[in-house]
Design a protein around this ligand. Structure first.
Ligand SMILES: [Zn+2]
Ligand SMILES: [Zn+2]
Ligand SMILES: [Zn+2]
Length: 124
């Protein structure tokens, strides 16, 4: 999936899709047209945004969520994996079994309601 995103990626500066890999350290890819350099993190974030922004326009749920592990906008909700750190968050609440929506994805296994109930219980 990440590879697919990178292939579709267009240079932020010149719009060229001639993005090629670099053998320099710290630089993952470089634009062959204007020589803009992209780090792994930058390329991942930008290419995911480019790839997924087109899907969001028809009113569907956003496919990108904030990753609870690395805190970047790189969690692929439908892939159930973060494109950046590779971590997987719980998509189903272990307490009530309901689906955890993209905006509530976190590093615990509870939906927001059960999380709230749990905290309430703990404080009593
Ligand atoms: Zn360029
Ligand atoms: Zn992550
Ligand atoms: Zn729940």
């Amino acid at each position: 999936m990440l590879l697919e995103a990178v292939i579709e990626f267009q240079c932020l500066d010149c719009g060229s899709d001639l993005i090629t890999t670099s053998d320099k350290e710290e630089v993952l890819c470089v634009c062959r047209s204007c020589e803009r350099e992209y780090s792994f993190k930058e390329l991942t974030e930008e290419s995911l945004l480019q790839l997924y922004s087109s899907y969001n326009s028809d009113g569907n749920e956003p496919e990108l969520a904030t990753c609870p592990f690395c805190l970047e906008e790189s969690y692929l909700y439908y892939e159930k994996q973060c494109a950046l750190c590779g971590e997987t968050a719980a998509h189903e609440c272990i307490r009530c079994g309901s689906e955890i929506p993209a905006e509530e994805i976190s590093d615990d296994n509870l939906c927001s309601y059960c999380n709230y109930m749990q905290e309430k219980l703990m404080s009593e």
